[in-house]
Ligand binder design. Structure first.
Ligand code: ADP
Ligand code: MG
Length: 287
């Protein structure tokens, strides 16, 4: 490979918003066999909104007070929902995030447990037939959470994130480029599959804990594939670093950008098939 044409290639890519850290990354991009997408903030806008809440207003106030201490996008959605209803929020006196599962907090002397079924089961909170509602929400692509106050199931809430408008076309183009396309998320399996269907992805790894995301990249690499990982979050950083090509969404966290080889401006997913096209064109010119 002549360094000059690689330099021209990375320069041209940069003009359209694809920032390769170095020429070797452009070269490696042309060898990709598989591409793994994080869901939240990558395929979706990452700005979820509350769509459903079942429970009393005082439970919602406690729930939002607990979530105020969390930095998760789900938490932000819940807090602004309660604020719009002008509910008085208290300050949590203790708070713990359980990555991939939810939160535990103390608000007004009440113990709040908020998160998925697994978290509530782990905390020995009894679930009733009401939780069947969760499956219904999840089939619509919503993220559903259970709310317990002092060990009692007291509410359920659903939050929905919308897919990016260009996600479908980007996935279509990547498949046409003969790439195996996979979605990777910590979210529930039913929710993940509903979103995957909307964007046209048929291979999904769901309920993957943040620390296991890199293991999934490794798994695909061990199948003999050259793998790209696309992500935006702190929890994507190890997977982005391990992937043959890490692709960060610039609207995400600095940690994700640092761990990556390529950054895509404006979170525009169509730039990914474009980057692959650039790499093919550049390598073809060299040979
Ligand atoms: P993602 O990969 O989509 O960012 P996470 O791994 O962060 O998902 O979270 C996985 C699941 O854990 C969520 O779908 C939700 O059920 C639960 N969860 C995470 N954070 C919170 C929170 N602050 N409040 C309630 N539930 C949460
Ligand atoms: Mg994300």
């Amino acid at each position: 490979a002549t360094p000059t044409s690689i330099m021209v290639g990375t320069g041209k890519a940069a003009e359209s918003g694809i920032l390769f850290k170095g020429g070797e990354h452009l070269e490696r991009t042309h060898k990709l066999d598989a591409i793994i997408f994080d869901k939240t903030g990558t395929l979706t806008k990452g700005k979820p909104e509350v769509t459903d809440f079942i429970g009393e207003n005082d439970v919602l106030a406690l729930l939002a007070s607990a979530e105020k201490a969390s930095e998760h996008p789900l938490a932000e959605a819940i807090v602004s929902y309660a604020e719009r209803k002008q509910l008085p929020l208290a300050k949590a006196t203790s708070f713990e995030a359980i990555p991939g599962h939810g939160i535990v907090a103390l608000v007004d002397g009440k113990e709040m447990v908020v998160g998925n079924r697994k978290l509530l089961k782990d905390k020995q909170i009894e679930l009733n037939e009401q939780v069947e509602m969760l499956g219904k929400w999840e089939a619509q692509g919503k993220t559903a959470m259970l709310v317990a106050v002092d060990g009692q199931l007291s509410g359920m809430i659903a939050v929905q994130d919308t897919i990016k408008p260009s996600a479908v076309e980007a996935i279509t183009q990547l498949k046409a480029q003969n790439l195996q396309v996979i979605m990777l998320t910590g979210d529930n399996k039913t929710t993940a599959e509903a979103i995957a269907k909307q964007v046209g992805i048929n291979q999904v790894y769901a309920e993957v804990l943040p620390e296991q995301k890199a293991d999934k990249v490794k798994e695909v690499q061990l199948q003999g594939k050259t793998v790209a990982m696309v992500g935006d979050g702190i929890n994507d950083a190890p997977a982005l670093a391990l992937a043959d090509i890490g692709i960060a969404i610039d609207t995400g966290t600095e940690v994700a950008i640092e761990a990556s080889d390529v950054t895509i401006l404006g979170g525009e997913l169509l730039l990914i098939p474009k980057a692959i096209k650039w790499s093919h064109a550049t390598i073809r010119n060299i040979r």
